[in-house]
Design a protein around this ligand. Structure first.
Ligand code: HEM
Length: 705
C-alpha cells in the first residue's frame, strides 16, 4: 500500500483535495477569533490556558469526516468500558486568568514577602542542574537526597512540586484522579496527539477509554503474541547477519576498529537500542493500524516523520519557553516548519488507513468482536476494532488522535524497556544464566512463544519488572491541580497544600529507588519480587507482597502499595500494560535464546527523552549463542561481573557499586557521567560522533498478516 495512494489521481483524489480546502476553512471558522488571538498571546505568559489552539493550528481536519458529513461531531458514549474516574465533581478547566493569577502568587512567594502555605521546601540555589547536561530525573533524584520525598522547584513565575511518596501518589492517581489534568504534558503532546487518551480532557478521555480499553481483549492479545514472535523473528534474522560479520575483538580500541562507517558495517557490533526501536515500531504499526512500516535503511518518509515528531515532543518537553505557541514562529523556525510537514505526512497516511477501514466496516457488537477468530482475520488491528464496534462513531480526527497516541505511547516505552533489560543482563551473568535456564525449558528449539509460555516465563518477567523499577518509562508523571486541595502527608511527614493550577511531578525514578521502600535499591535484583518487604518506619505504607504464584504479568502498584508503578495507577493507568509485557517477554526470550551479547563500552549513560534513552546507543557485540546445551557458558570477561547498580556504572566498577547499593536512591546516580546528546537517535546508517554506527541495520520484513 503506497503512502500517497489516497490522494493520488482520480475523482476521489480531487474530491478530497476540495474537502481539504473546505476542512481548512471550517477549521478557521470554528477557531475562536479574538479570543484565540488573545489566548495565544497570553499563552506566552501563561502556559496551559490555550490548550488545543496550537494543536488545531498544526493538525488538519479529516477528509473522512467531511465525506461522512460528521465534521467534528460528538461521539456517542459507548455502553462498555472501564473508565471509572467520574466519581465526584469535576473541577472546571483552567483559564488564562487562573494561570496569570497563579503566576503572580508564585512571583510574590518566590521573590517577594508573601508567605508560602504549601509546606514544601524550595530547592535552594540555582536549579540550573535541570537545564544542564544531566538528565532531568537525575537532578530530581539529587534534590530528593537533599530535601526528601516532597520539594518544589521555582523558576521565575513557575513552581513545580515534586513528589516521590507512595501514600501521596496513591492519593493523586487512585483516590482523586479528577483533581488533576495532564498540565504541561498535555500542552506538549496535544499538537501531536490531539485528543488522544494521554493529553485528552476528562470528558474526551472518559469516552475514548471506554472504547479503546476493550480493544485490548484476551483473544486479540493472544493474536498479538503471535505477531510479537513474527516481528522478533525478523530481528533475529538481522542479528544473525550481524553476528556472522567480522568479529570486533574485546581487546584494543573499539573506537579504532569501528573508525569508519564501512568498518562499522562489517563488524559484529550493533546498536541494540535502535534495533529494539525498529522492532517495536514494526509491531505497533501492525497492531494498531495494520501498517507495515517501510525499511529504516530505505529511509521511508513516514518513519522519518514519526521519529522526528517524537524528537520534537522531546525537544518541547525540555524547552522552557513554549515558543511554538506563537503562531508565526511556527512558520519562521525551520524545525517547526518541518514539524508541520511531518505531521501532515503522518496524518495523511493515517487518514488513508482510516478511510480503508471505514470503507470495509463490518459492524459488530462488542461480544462478537471479542470472540472473533483472529486466526482467519486478515486485519487484526486495533483500528479495525474501533471502526467495527457497533454504536461507535468516532470522527476520523478522533480516530487519528487515538492511533497516533497508541503508536507513540506503545513504541518507545517498550523499546526502552528491552534496551535497559539487555543492558543489565549483559552486566549480570548470573541473571543471564537463570534466564537461559528458564527459556530453554519453556521455549525449546525455535518454538514461537504463546501467551501461556509468557505466563510460565516468570523469571523473565521478573527481570523486566526489575528493569522498569530501575528505569521507569517515563521517569516522571506529570499532573496539574484543577482545584485548591491538600495532599495528606506520607513519608515526608508534611501535608502538601496545592493551589488550582499548581504543577506536579511524580518522580517514578526516585520512588522506585527510595531507600525506605526498597532493599538495596540500586542493585539489579530480579529476585526481589519473590520476597516480601515491609518497613514499619514508613507511615501509611503496607509494603510489598508478592502476588501468589505471580499470577499477574508483573508486580504492580497494588502489590507494592504504590511504591512500584511501572504503568502508572488509577483510571489513567496504561491501557497497553499487558500488551507491553507480552511483547517484551516474547522479544527478550527469543533474542536471548539465540544470541550472546557483550557490551562494547563500559558506560551506557542516560539521557532524558519521553523515555530514558542511552547516551550513544546500546552498542553490543553480538555472537550466536555459543553452547545451547550449556546455557551458563559465557565469555570469560563476563565471569567477573556482578550486579551493577546503574546502567552507567563501568563493568569493572560494578562489584564495588553493588556493595554500596544499600545507600540512598541517589547512590547509583552519583555514578552517572551524563553527556547529553539529544540528537543521538538516528534511524539512518550514519556513523555517530566517534565513528560508531548509530544504525542497527535492521531490515524490515515482509507483511505479516
Ligand atoms: C513498557 C512499556 C510501557 C510502559 C512502561 C508504559 C507506561 C505508561 C505509564 C506510566 C502511563 C501512565 C501515564 C500517566 O499517568 O501520566 C501510561 C499510559 C498510557 N499508555 Fe503506556 N506504557 C507502555 C506501553 C504501552 C503500550 C504498548 C501502549 C499501547 C499499545 C500504551 C498506551 C498507553 C496509553 C494510551 C496511555 C494513556 C492511558 C490513559 O490516560 O487512559 N502504553 N503508559
Amino acid at each position: 500500500m503506497g503512502w500517497m495512494a489516497a490522494f493520488c489521481g482520480g475523482a476521489v483524489g480531487s474530491e478530497r483535495s476540495a474537502e481539504w480546502k473546505v476542512a481548512a476553512r471550517s477549521q478557521r471558522i470554528r477557531a475562536p477569533d479574538a479570543g484565540a488571538v488573545a489566548a495565544r498571546a497570553a499563552a506566552v505568559v501563561a502556559r496551559g490556558a490555550s490548550r488545543g489552539r496550537a494543536a488545531r493550528s498544526v493538525r488538519k481536519a479529516c477528509p473522512v469526516d467531511q465525506q461522512n458529513g460528521q465534521g467534528e461531531t460528538q461521539l456517542p458514549v459507548p455502553t462498555t468500558g472501564s473508565a471509572d474516574a467520574d466519581k465526584g465533581e469535576i473541577p472546571p478547566p483552567l483559564t488564562t486568568g487562573d494561570m496569570a493569577g497563579l503566576w503572580w502568587t508564585n512571583i510574590q512567594q518566590t521573590y517577594g514577602s508573601k508567605p508560602s502555605v504549601d509546606g514544601a521546601p524550595r530547592v535552594e540555589g540555582d536549579p540550573s542542574d535541570l537545564l544542564g547536561d544531566q538528565p532531568f530525573f537525575i537532578a530530581l533524584a539529587k534534590y530528593f537526597a537533599q530535601y526528601g520525598s516532597v520539594f518544589k522547584l521555582a523558576f521565575g513565575p513557575k513552581v513545580f512540586f515534586v513528589v516521590s511518596d507512595p501514600a501521596m501518589t496513591r492519593f493523586i492517581l487512585r483516590d482523586n484522579p479528577t483533581y488533576y489534568d495532564k498540565g504541561v504534558l498535555a500542552e506538549i503532546l496535544e499538537p501531536i496527539m490531539g485528543k488522544g487518551l494521554i493529553p485528552a480532557d476528562f470528558e474526551t478521555w472518559k469516552k475514548r477509554r471506554r472504547v479503546i480499553a476493550p480493544g485490548f481483549h484476551m483473544k486479540w492479545l493472544d493474536r498479538m503474541t503471535r505477531l510479537f514472535g513474527e516481528c522478533t523473528d525478523e530481528l533475529l534474522q538481522e542479528l544473525d547477519r550481524v553476528a556472522s560479520r567480522g568479529v570486533v575483538s574485546s581487546t584494543g580500541s573499539v573506537k579504532q576498529q569501528l573508525g569508519s562507517k564501512a568498518q562499522a558495517k562489517q563488524s559484529n557490533v550493533i546498536d541494540m537500542e535502535t534495533a529494539f526501536c525498529s522492532c517495536s515500531l514494526d509491531i505497533i504499526g501492525k497492531a494498531v493500524f495494520n501498517y507495515e512500516f517501510g525499511s529504516v535503511t530505505n529511509e521511508s518518509p513516514i518513519i522519518k516523520a514519526v521519529y522526528r515528531c517524537l524528537r520534537e515532543a522531546e525537544h518541547r518537553s525540555t524547552f522552557l519557553f513554549p515558543y511554538w505557541k506563537i503562531e508565526f514562529l511556527n512558520w519562521v523556525i525551520p524545525r517547526q516548519r518541518k514539524f508541520r510537514r511531518d505531521m501532515k505526512i503522518i496524518s495523511d497516511q493515517l487518514d488513508e488507513l482510516i478511510q480503508l477501514a471505514v470503507d470495509s466496516r463490518d459492524e459488530s457488537d462488542l461480544s462478537a468482536l471479542e470472540s472473533r477468530d483472529y486466526d482467519v482475520i486478515k486485519d487484526p488491528s486495533m483500528l479495525r476494532f474501533l471502526v467495527d464496534l457497533r454504536g461507535e462513531q468516532a470522527t476520523c480526527s478522533q480516530l487519528r488522535d487515538d492511533l497516533i497516541t497508541l503508536l507513540t505511547a506503545g513504541h518507545e516505552t517498550t523499546a526502552a524497556l528491552l534496551t535497559w533489560a539487555l543492558c543489565e543482563i549483559a552486566r549480570n551473568p548470573h541473571v543471564l544464566s537463570k534466564l537461559r535456564e528458564e527459556i530453554d525449558t519453556i521455549l525449546p528449539d525455535r518454538k514461537m512463544p504463546t501467551m501461556s509460555d509468557v505466563k510460565a516465563l516468570q523469571y523473565t518477567r521478573r527481570v523486566l519488572a526489575e528493569t522498569l523499577r530501575m528505569y521507569p518509562q517515563p521517569p516522571v508523571l506529570i499532573r496539574r491541580a484543577l482545584k485548591d486541595h491538600t495532599i495528606p502527608a506520607g513519608t515526608s511527614k508534611m501535608d502538601l497544600k496545592l493551589l488550582r493550577g499548581n504543577d506536579l511531578f511524580i518522580s517514578l525514578y526516585t520512588l522506585h529507588r527510595h531507600p525506605d521502600l526498597w532493599e538495596n535499591p540500586n542493585r539489579f535484583d530480579p529476585d526481589r519480587w519473590t520476597r516480601e518487604f515491609t518497613n514499619p518506619a514508613v507511615k501509611d505504607w503496607k509494603g510489598y507482597k508478592p502476588n501468589p504464584n505471580e499470577a499477574s504479568l508483573y508486580p504492580n502498584e497494588i502489590n507494592s502499595d504504590y511504591a512500584f508503578m511501572p504503568f502508572g495507577a488509577g483510571p489513567r493507568k496504561c491501557v497497553g500494560d499487558q500488551f507491553a509485557m507480552l511483547e517484551a517477554t516474547v522479544c527478550l526470550a527469543m533474542t536471548l535464546r539465540e544470541f550472546d551479547f557483550e557490551h562494547v563500552y563500559d558506560e551506557v549513560g542516560m539521557t532524558t527523552g519521553a523515555t530514558i534513552h542511552t547516551q550513544n546507543g546500546l552498542m553490543m557485540r553480538v555472537t550466536r549463542r555459543r553452547d545451547r546445551s550449556a546455557p551458563d557458558a559465557r565469555p570469560a570477561s563476563d565471569a567477573t561481573t556482578s550486579s551493577s547498580s546503574s546502567a552507567s556504572v563501568p563493568t569493572s566498577a560494578a562489584a564495588s557499586a553493588s556493595a554500596s547499593a544499600s545507600a540512598s536512591a541517589t547512590a547509583g546516580v552519583a555514578n552517572v557521567i551524563p553527556k547529553k546528546d539529544t540528537n543521538r537517535v538516528s534511524i539512518l546508517a550514519e556513523p555517530i560522533e566517534d565513528g560508531r554506527t548509530s544504525n542497527s541495520g535492521v531490515s524490515r520484513r515482509p507483511a505479516v498478516s
